[in-house]
Design a protein around this ligand. Structure first.
Ligand code: DNO
Length: 386
């Protein structure tokens, strides 16, 4: 399971009780772009080991926006990235997750969407995203990105929304980076978006290629497998390009720096929010480059363009087919790929607790238990057939 560090309301003891062997974590206290020092890494590792678990996967070692924009101090930040990889390798880290999404990490419009069961989940409501972009953030140039009809629909939805609803939407989208309690400000976001002016899809791909060509050799040397996380949601937002959303995108990433150490944090939830991503097929295709798995499911509303996070085994992605591919891949390559249930519903006692959105204890434990059962069943069946 993911652990946000000592300030996470879900403790290491909770995670241990959920049956986890290892935790996935990061030094969220280190500002993006700075070197992760060996002493801090060691002390985090000790904390985890004292609780009887291991730390082999970092999620995430964030990539500074200067690198994504190939501007400012990008050379220093790339150098710092390499130093952090070396320090992490010395502490026994095997996989480092990162993303290449400009400005925002994942994006939802509601963190407490109530399901018929009474549990709550994360929701992306497209019309709310549109009304936010056009009428709350008032991004310059936003109007040129949408047809008139869409703008009018968003205006009507904006006018119907209460002040309270608008405030909630604002704080949801401005949540800031994962693991941080400091939300974005409207001015800060507009400025950050503005700083990407003139950077389209092709340029961003080129910048990612440059980053990979610089850091993959260090990763190889350190024995660390890099795992890029897909865009979430897997399409452009706020006029910013996104380049880790489709099978072709993933293939391009491998082509930019061919190496086994250049790979993926394969997130079935992010990729699965697009109907044109055939997840089991992608797992087959990218097999040996999959270094970490996020298993999660979504239910899409294709008419409205919405999606919400469903039960892990019951959504638009066929989790049975996914797990079959995963089990076969692990058996074929004789390795264990670290996996975690990505996100979980807020349910039972967690409804009264403040946790990071998507990172409740009980909902994730439920997802983990279901996924573990599925894996066990499939693996046993394969063994029987051998
Ligand atoms: C969301 C997570 C992401 C992920 C980063 C990786 O819940 O899956 O925040 O950790 O995108 O850099």
């Amino acid at each position: 399971m993911r652990w946000y560090g000592p300030s996470d309301p879900v403790s290491l003891s909770d995670i241990r009780q959920a049956g986890c062997e290892g935790v996935v974590t990061a030094l969220h206290q280190v500002p993006v772009g700075e070197v992760w020092e060996a002493a801090e890494i060691q002390s985090r590792r000790k904390m985890i080991e004292q609780m009887g678990m291991t730390w082999k996967v970092v999620e995430s070692l964030p990539v500074h926006d200067d690198i994504k924009r190939k501007a400012g101090a990008f050379r220093t930040y790339i150098n710092n990235y390499k130093l952090s990889l070396e320090n992490l390798a010395r502490a026994g880290i095997e996989v480092v997750t990162y993303n290449f999404m400009p400005v925002f990490d994942w994006l939802r419009t509601d963190k407490d969407y109530r399901l018929p069961s009474g549990a709550t989940t994360l929701f992306f409501k497209k019309i709310h995203y549109l009304l936010f972009d056009l009428f709350i953030l008032q991004r310059p140039g936003a109007r040129a990105d949408y047809p008139m009809e869409t703008i009018e629909l968003a205006r009507a939805a904006f006018e119907k929304m209460t002040e309270d609803g608008r405030d909630r939407l604002f704080s949801m989208i401005m949540l800031g980076l994962p693991g941080s309690d400091v939300p974005f400000t409207k001015e800060g976001v507009l400025e950050a978006i503005q700083s990407y002016e003139g950077i389209g899809r092709e340029q961003l791909k080129e910048n990612l290629g440059l980053f990979l060509q610089a850091v993959v050799p260090s990763a190889e040397q350190a024995g660390i497998r890099l795992a890029i996380h897909p865009d979430d949601p897997p399409f452009p937002v706020f006029g910013l390009p996104r380049i880790v959303s489709t099978e072709q995108d993933l293939a391009d990433i491998l082509k930019a720096a061919p190496s086994l150490y250049n790979g993926f944090c394969f997130c079935t939830g992010s990729l699965g929010a697009r109907p044109d991503n055939d997840i089991p097929k992608m797992l087959r295709r990218f097999g040996s480059h999959i270094h970490f798995l996020h298993l999660r499911n979504t239910i899409r509303d294709m008419v409205e363009g919405d999606f919400f996070e469903a039960d892990h085994l019951a959504g638009d992605t066929d989790m049975f087919a996914v797990m079959q591919e995963v089990v076969q891949l692990m058996q074929r390559e004789k390795r264990r790929i670290p996996l975690r249930p990505d996100h979980g519903h807020k349910m039972l006692d967690d409804l009264r607790k403040q946790t990071y959105p998507g990172y409740s204890a009980i909902g994730r434990l439920k997802g983990l238990a279901e996924l573990r059962g599925l894996e066990y069943g499939i693996a046993s069946q394969i063994d029987l057939n051998d």
